[in-house]
Design a protein around this ligand. Structure first.
Ligand SMILES: Cc1cc2nc3c(=O)[nH]c(=O)nc-3n(C[C@H](O)[C@H](O)[C@H](O)COP(=O)(O)O)c2cc1C
Length: 199
């Protein structure tokens, strides 16, 4: 397994929360240009990183069961090749699971929202519902969706702090996005967060 260790992201970004909230806006116009591996690491860590010696994460999780998968659709990140990577919170690393630039395929699978192909990277959240429903039964499905909202908002506010543009995308064909990401059968794609330099 080839792991790419990520730079530490916990260094304070130095922005008061109110400023980030006031500045957050959906950005769908991206300028060309690579993001750094540090920026990618900050976004991944904000979404699902470990922030506690007990293994607890930046976003809350019902029963601390952590049913979300987090994938990095890397198109233009300095130092790593375009590919689909899975984020490994415990290792603070990414593991390549599909080679190649998959941004155009992802845009096509998202109802042809062509701006997704211009984002330097997209964070893609998946759900493994069974992890939460085995404890909380049907209510666990709602919990998983709530958690995706928490995690995506963390990533959006971090994008603002990094002076990057980002938005969220829920309009896509589940089966096609699952195929683009190469998700295992037990995972369903939930939410996409394209990020790039603001135009
Ligand atoms: C659940 C959800 C799904 C969304 N899906 C899309 C989408 O597929 N494409 C898109 O361009 N924006 C999408 N958006 C972003 C909204 O269009 C955007 O948040 C709204 O226009 C308000 O603008 P703001 O984010 O700048 O405040 C989605 C937002 C949410 C909360």
């Amino acid at each position: 397994m080839s792991l790419i260790k990520l730079p530490r992201a916990e260094a304070s970004l130095g922005h008061p929360l109110e400023l980030l909230l006031a500045r957050r806006r959906s950005v769908r116009d991206f300028a060309p240009g690579a993001l750094s591996l540090v920026q990618a690491s900050c976004l991944l860590w904000a979404a699902q990183g470990i922030s506690d010696a007990r293994g607890l994460r930046t976003a809350p999780s019902a029963g601390a069961l952590y049913p979300l998968g987090l994938y990095l659709v890397a198109g233009d990140i300095a130092g790593i090749e375009p590919a689909i990577y899975r984020y490994l919170p415990r290792e603070n690393a990414v593991e390549r699971i599909q080679p190649g630039d998959r941004r155009a395929a992802l845009a096509a699978a998202a109802m042809n929202q062509s701006w997704l192909a211009d984002a330097a990277l997209t964070l893609a959240f998946s759900a493994c519902y069974a992890r939460t429903t085995k404890k909380y039964d049907k209510r666990g499905i709602q919990y998983v969706h709530m958690e995706a909202g928490h995690a995506a908002q963390n990533a959006l506010l971090t994008a603002v702090a990094l002076n990057l543009g980002a938005a969220v995308v829920g309009a896509f064909d589940d089966r096609r996005v699952a195929a683009v990401l190469g998700l295992p059968r037990e995972e369903t794609p939930l939410y996409l967060v394209p990020v790039g330099r603001s135009a």
